[in-house]
Each structure stands twice: as structure tokens, then as C-alpha cells.
Design a protein around this ligand. Structure first.
Ligand SMILES: [Zn+2]
Length: 56
């Protein structure tokens, strides 16, 4: 339940929706849909996930 360094995914194995944003919370349920092995560090120049914004 914490803030983590920004992560995103560019994996083609993930649905397009998962590739549109970056996350910075490890308790974000949208972020949890991304398999850990598909995580890439940084924002990827993607907007911040709305769920992460809500979580703070
Ligand atoms: Zn998120």
C-alpha cells in the first residue's frame, strides 16, 4: 500500500487500455492488472492513471 517509482507497460500481451497510462501506486487495481514481468520503469510519457490519482 505505497507509492512506488512510476511504472507502465508497453507489452503487446497487455490490453491496449493497460498501455495508455502509467502508475505510481502498488495498490492500484488497474496497475495490478499488469503482470509484474511486463512492468517498465518510468512514466513512458503516458498520463497518470486516474486510480493512482484517487489513491494519492
Ligand atoms: Zn494506477
Amino acid at each position: 500500500m505505497a507509492k512506488v517509482p512510476a511504472y507502465h507497460t508497453n507489452s503487446m500481451e497487455e490490453p491496449p487500455k493497460n498501455r495508455e497510462v502509467h502508475h505510481d501506486r502498488d495498490d492500484c487495481f488497474e496497475g495490478k492488472k499488469i503482470e509484474k514481468k511486463h512492468w517498465e520503469m518510468g512514466t513512458g510519457n503516458k498520463p497518470r492513471c486516474k486510480e493512482c490519482i484517487k489513491l494519492g
